[in-house]
Each structure stands twice: as structure tokens, then as C-alpha cells.
Write a protein that binds this ligand. Sequence first.
Ligand code: ZN
Length: 65
Amino acid sequence: MAVMRRCENCGRETPIYRLAGVILDGRIAEICPRCVSTEAERIEVPYAPRTDQGAIQPSTGREAW
Ligand SMILES: [Zn+2]
């Protein structure tokens, strides 16, 4: 059985192996893959090299759901 843990951003129960450890708003958080994509502009990933992001999308990334 997968160990479940809440995403620290959206609170969604997520298998722990799918959570990503990131720096979100300056603190370490474990968040689900969905938040990794939706909150990308708020996230600093300490261990992964940054892909070159020349133009950041102007969209908010926080859509109603
Ligand atoms: Zn989440």
C-alpha cells in the first residue's frame, strides 16, 4: 500500500512517492505533481538544474477549480 500524505499546497492526499520536495515561498514543502505544474513560478527546486525560462507565462497559474 502506498503511504499517503497531504500535499502542503492544496491538501490533496497523494502517494508519498509522487510528492516532490521543493522550496515554496521560501520554505521546504512536499507538494503533489499537480501543484508542481500549477505553482511552478512560486517554486524553487533546490536540486534540479533550472531549465532556461526566457519568457515566463503571464498567466497566474492559479485557476479556479
Ligand atoms: Zn497539491
